[in-house]
Structures are given as C-alpha cells and as structure tokens.
Design a protein around this ligand. Structure first.
Ligand code: ATP
Ligand code: MG
Length: 274
C-alpha cells in the first residue's frame, strides 16, 4: 500500500478549536469542559483509558451527539451542534471507531457515498485521486466492503473521507484490529502524510507509544476531562504518563523510564489513573 499522498494531496488545513466542550448521551455529561486545539500541519493525538470519553469527544465535535456547553470552531466558523453533513461541508472528515464503511455496499459505492456532497461530475475524478493514494483499493472496487480485511477496510474508510477533500481529519482509532506492521505504516505513512501536506489531524489511539512517535502534541483524557497535554518529549518525561500509557516495553522513540519489559506491545495496556 505504498501511498502517494504527496503528489495527490495539496490539502488546505484549518485550525480546530474545542473550548470547554461538555457532552454526553442524555444523563450526566460524559466529557466535561474539554479544551483542545490542533493547527494545520499538526498531528494532535488523544489517548486515555477505555471509557475515558475519547470517542465521545470526537462525536461531539462532528455533530453526532449534542454539546451542552462549550464550542467547536473550525477555521473561523463556529460549528457547534451543526448537523453532521454541515460539519462535513465545513471540511471536517471524520472516521468513526466503528461503522466506518457501509458493509453491504461495494468499495466503489462506498467512495461514491463519501462524495455525496459533491457535484456529480466531480465524483469520478475524486475517486481516481483516492485510488492514487490507496492503490490497493483499485483492485477491489466491486468487492463488498464487508469482505475487506481490517487494513483494507480502514483504507476505504479514510478514502471515503478523502472524497470531500477535508482540511481537518478526526480519526478514531484507525489502527484498531490491524497487524502491528500495517498499523505502523498507516500511522507513519498515511496519517503523518496528511499533516505533512497541510491538513489538521486529531487522532485517537490505543497504541500510545506508536502514536506518540507521529504526534506533535498529545492530550491525555481521564474520566471525561483533560488530565495532561504535552509534546511527546514532555510526556515521555512524565513518570505518571510513562507508567500509565507506555508501560515500559521494548519499542522505539521513548526514553526508558519505568514499567516492565514483559508488557505486551499491543498498546492496549493503558489503564485508569488519577
Ligand atoms: N451511545 C452511548 N450511550 C450511552 N453511553 C455511552 C454511549 N457511548 C459511550 N457511552 C459511555 O460514555 C463513556 C465514554 O465512552 P467513549 O466511547 O467516549 O470512551 P472511549 O474513551 O472512546 O473508550 P474506548 O477506548 O473504549 O474506545 C463510557 O462510559 C461509555 O460507556
Ligand atoms: Mg473510543
């Protein structure tokens, strides 16, 4: 899946700002007072234990669930509580953690659905561009999305979002269920390249170590609030962060500092703290 994002993508990133965002599912808020920012050319990551509100934050930013307090601004547009398609039109591409493709539809139909806001005649050229970025998809255009491998499916999910040429990407665990090498390539090649070509990227990841390696800054969520924020170097120097999220292990890019060496390198070893 050698990607040629470089030639295919001049992206116009937009600054993303969440200010005091509070949201939930009807009862008590699940996330409270979350403030974060990401700028064009940056990969900003969001890590935290299961249930800490990472997906909820993304959902609130793209209009899937209602924000009860606070605001979300993209560029100079306030998109707080707009409908999801309005936020997509405002150049925000969202790849959800689950239900990221339409399983019964073919690869081509999924890409066409991704282009639903485009003038019809623009759709084929956008599909060509996505296929230039993810050539593997070109060999399986008529295959049902439900029959793709995990990695192929994520490529299709990102391709679907690319159809609208977003300037801001919100990616919810794009490497979940992927083999480590494919996950690393997705992060280091595809995700990093989006930012390198001007896009703003906010990515949720369980693989704290791997995502730190491609992040400019990282926010740590715990219990629905921001607990820490920093550059990879700053967080790698925090004993609390290292113990909670890096757990020792043998991977690269992070100074030694604690934990034990028999931690599985799945990155799924984060646990609640604080
Ligand atoms: N549709 C929903 N209705 C009610 N509560 C929900 C819903 N989705 C999530 N929650 C609850 O909101 C809290 C935060 O969930 P969220 O999915 O945001 O966590 P997360 O940080 O993304 O976790 P994970 O790492 O497991 O994906 C959890 O307690 C969860 O049970
Ligand atoms: Mg989640």
């Amino acid at each position: 899946m050698s990607a040629d994002i470089a030639s295919a993508l001049p992206l116009t990133g937009l600054p993303l700002r969440a200010e005091g965002v509070t949201a939930g599912y009807g009862g008590d808020p699940v996330i409270r007072g979350i403030t974060l920012s990401a700028d064009p050319g940056e990969v900003v990551s969001l890590v935290g234990p299961n249930g800490s509100g990472k997906s909820t934050l993304l959902k609130s930013m793209v209009g899937v669930i209602r924000i009860s307090a606070g605001s979300v601004v993209v560029g100079n547009r306030n998109v707080t509580n707009l409908a999801p398609e309005e936020i997509a039109r405002a150049a925000v591409g969202y790849v959800p953690q689950v239900d990221d493709v339409f399983a019964p539809l073919s690869v081509r139909e999924n890409l066409e659905m991704g282009g639903y806001l485009l003038p019809r005649k623009q759709v084929p050229e956008r599909i060509d561009r996505v296929l230039a970025i993810f050539p593997r998809l070109a060999t399986m255009l008529t295959r049902r999305a439900g029959k793709l491998s995990g990695g192929e499916r994520k490529m299709l999910a990102m391709g679907r979002v690319l159809m609208l040429d977003p300037g801001v990407f919100l990616l919810d665990e794009p490497t979940a269920n992927l083999a480590p090498m494919i996950a690393a390539s997705l992060l280091e090649d595809q995700v990093r390249a989006l930012a390198a070509h001007g896009a703003t990227v906010l990515i949720v990841e369980q693989r704290a170590r791997a995502v730190l390696a491609i992040s400019d800054r990282t926010y740590v969520l715990g219990g629905g609030e921001v607990r820490m924020m920093g550059t990879p170097a700053e967080l790698s120097g925090s004993p609390e962060f290292v113990e909670s999220f890096l757990g020792g292990g043998s991977s690269h890019a992070v100074p030694a500092g604690g934990g034990n060496d028999d931690a599985q390198d799945t990155g799924e070893d984060s646990h609640p703290h604080g």
